[in-house]
Design a protein around this ligand. Sequence first.
Ligand SMILES: Nc1ncnc2c1ncn2[C@@H]1O[C@H](COP(=O)(O)OP(=O)(O)O)[C@@H](O)[C@H]1O
Ligand SMILES: [Mg+2]
Length: 403
Amino acid sequence: MASIVLTNVDKIYAGGVKAVNGLNLEIKDGEFMVLVGPSGCGKSTALRMIAGLEDISGGEIAIGDKVVNHLPPKDRDIAMVFQNYALYPHMTVEENLAFGLKLRKMPKPEIQKRVNEAAKMLGLETYLKRKPAALSGGQRQRVAMGRAIVREPQAFLMDEPLSNLDAKLRVSMRASLNTLHERLGVTTVYVTHDQVEAMTLGDRVCVLRDGLLQQVDTPQNLFDKPVNLFVAGFMGSPSMNFVTAELVRDNGVSVRFADITLPIPDSAFADKPGLDQYVGKKVILGIRPSDFEDAASAGNHANGWATLPVKAEVTEELGSEINVLFLIDAPPVEHKDTVAAADTGDDEEAALPLVGDKSLWTARVNARSHARPGQRIDLVLDTHNLHFFDPTSGLAIGHEANR
Ligand SMILES: Nc1ncnc2c1ncn2[C@@H]1O[C@H](COP(=O)(O)OP(=O)(O)O)[C@@H](O)[C@H]1O
Ligand SMILES: [Mg+2]
């Protein structure tokens, strides 16, 4: 096992595309690091440079204590798993697993031992004599993982390995990957465009945009303390609600937008140094859907929360929770960062209906709520959790990285 350290790494493709721009990233020994970002942001390029499949235009990559800039892939002691895993169709599962080790002239008993261990770990023992055509998609992906595991490499590099699987299988494979990582503890760099996958798998997550690192942190910190509008809008599902608002002083300080005024608690100012300098000015306000509750079904924990009367336009019942979609009488925020974050390249996400001068917001409330389309309800929210961004730079106000 080994750490992987990228220092000022650049990639400029022939033709001039700067796919990766001054990337600094330290992946700890044994860490599960996820690279996430919209399609084309440079995730695969970064991974392929670590693997040695792509030249580095500038900077340095070290695996363990060794600078590997000029080391061919086979000498880097890493194993890759791709979205399009190519298994050998004429070989059995067992032969597929053993093939790479045979090429390396490993003694037969050692090969057998490693293949058996990997098969056991991946639940493939009963399929060892089958050929890939007789396996399900998920089983095939397990064989592809198995081929990486038997190598016992210093690091796993995975590029969207679950993208070809259906939603249910992806969830169960995510769980298997988590278990596998706990068991083996091998340094892993995992690329995905799916922020849910990133949040559930990563010890830490590195968010990229246009080849530039935005933020590296634990999933919880990315969610609670996004460094800018882009990270705020990209991480979290449903996405954060945004509106251009004004900080005004009446009794205390409030944030005002459309016909709504929300008081800002003193604790928020304590948490966000510099926020006080925006009083009397415009900010972009962000509210996570999960920070709302339906007043009618909220428990005592919502005492003292601010109230937002709304009309439910659409409700999506998810079993344990309900998404309530409602309109805010203010135009959608058209900052370049919120627009970029909304473009996840994911076809599954339906386009928002055109609502003209109004913004469509989402509240995710407890399923005890009786909210139905067309109904007026009172939403409540914990104003301590409001997010504030500078309307010009898009940077989170009061975030330590921006001070
Ligand atoms: N072989 C290549 N030649 C030229 N441009 C490339 C090549 N591969 C990728 N790119 C460009 O580099 C950028 C980053 O691509 P990529 O790393 O594949 O992004 P991601 O994996 O995040 O979707 C994109 O603009 C893409 O078009
Ligand atoms: Mg890619």
